[in-house]
Design a protein around this ligand. Structure first.
Ligand code: PLP
Length: 387
């Protein structure tokens, strides 16, 4: 029998979708012209850019003119925060409300803005990883120039009540940005229904090539550019557009959003079975609430285990997973998200994140759970031998 292999790290980066790759190929091999040039090789590229923008806007419930392509989620988050801060500072407002759960693309941008004199409120989540609209309401002051709350958390998968938070922000006249990098492609996301002013997304989180993403900016809401140059993206984000990546992103998003409710239902079944079986392992603990959570996210901790060792053992069994988030695993910093929800140090050290789509069978789940159980037992036995 072939060695089983499971890629359970979609939240870090998804495999490139086959349709996305074949849609992108002609823009690498044939229509490689600069979309701003005026010849055949560039016109096909310019047209593909237009069609991709329309298709992505349609998937997000936006107008094509509201979609601006960027290099990915980090750039989109930086753009939203820094530009809203700049507008705020000009109006004498230098306070931003965000949450302690955000990705470092938000947290480290906020830390940098603090050096420029901004004051930042980091809302604490409850023990399940949720923020309430009331918390946002109470944190807004007459100095607040922006609220930024993520739609779906990258580590524990919890979903925030963005629609209700948007209503509070509207009532107080403060713009709202949401980092929807983990949500777009995995949940139905409609910017109009959510009522947000800006929304960040990233292609490689839903099956597109890496190095492309976007910021959706509601018509009627305006921010200055972050990157200046030749005036691409309606003068809002200069730089020659990576057409192949953008085409791949449009194709991946339309593939992911097709039949999305059924995909979510199937993925939730897999998730719930996996959580139930993993929690049978003694000394285990589920991180993040189950009620409003990404369908394809399991984050579970084991006492007496270091997640790095667990990841190596799982890798040897053909299972690619993560501990905390991919971005923090290289820095060896304990997860700020698990800390924010009050997880004990013991459980923070032993966390395992499995992120997947709807294509795992019951026997796949059995194999994965057995591999985790066996690895946890071996690591605990080893630890007992050493101590
Ligand atoms: N925001 C969230 C919630 C993320 O999970 C990530 C990536 O993990 C980012 C932002 C950064 O996105 P990118 O890798 O496209 O820069």
């Amino acid at each position: 029998m072939d060695k089983l292999s499971f890629y359970l790290d979609n939240a870090a980066s998804m495999p490139v979708n086959e349709d996305a790759l074949s849609a992108a190929m002609p823009f690498i091999t044939e229509h490689y012209g600069n979309p701003s040039s005026l010849h055949k090789k560039s016109m096909a590229a310019a047209n593909a850019l237009l069609e991709s923008r329309k298709s992505i806007a349609y998937a997000l419930g936006a107008q094509p003119g509201d979609v601006f392509f960027t290099s990915g989620g980090t750039e989109s988050d930086n753009w939203a925060l820094r530009s809203a801060a700049r507008v705020g500072a000009a109006a004498g407002r230098n306070h931003i409300v965000t949450t302690a759960l955000e990705h470092h693309a938000i947290l480290n941008t906020c830390a940098d803005l603090e050096k420029d004199g901004f004051s930042i409120t980091y809302l604490p989540p409850d023990r399940d990883g949720y923020i309430t609209p009331q918390q946002v309401n109470s944190a807004i002051t007459d100095q607040t120039c922006l609220v930024s709350v993520m739609l779906a958390n990258n580590e524990i998968g919890t979903l925030q009540p963005i629609k209700k938070i948007a209503a509070e922000c509207r009532r107080k006249g403060v713009p709202l940005h949401t980092d929807a990098v983990q949500a777009v492609g995995h949940l139905p996301v409609d910017v109009q229904e959510l009522g947000v002013d800006m929304l960040s997304f990233s292609g490689h989180k839903f099956g597109a090539m890496k190095g492309v993403g976007g910021l959706c900016i509601r018509s009627g809401f305006s921010i200055p550019p972050l990157i200046y140059g030749g005036g691409q993206e309606y003068g809002m984000r200069s730089g020659t557009e990576p057409v192949a990546q953008i085409v791949s992103m449009a194709a991946a998003l339309s593939e992911m959003t097709q039949d999305i409710y059924h995909k979510i239902e199937r993925t939730e079944d897999i998730r719930d079975r996996m959580i139930n079986d993993l929690l049978q392992i003694p000394g285990s603990h589920l991180n993040g609430g189950i009620k409003n959570r990404l369908a394809g996210n399991v984050n579970i901790s084991f006492s007496g285990v270091e997640s790095e060792s667990l990841l190596l053992m799982l890798d040897m069994r053909g299972i690619c997973a993560s501990g905390g988030s991919a971005c923090t695993s290289s820095s060896k910093e304990p997860s700020h998200v698990l800390r924010a929800i009050g997880t004990s140090e013991e459980y923070i050290k032993g966390s395992l994140r499995l992120t997947f789509e709807d294509d795992l069978t019951a026997s796949d789940v059995e194999y994965i759970v057995d591999a985790v159980r066996d690895s946890v037992e071996k690591l605990r036995a080893l630890r007992n031998e050493i101590t």
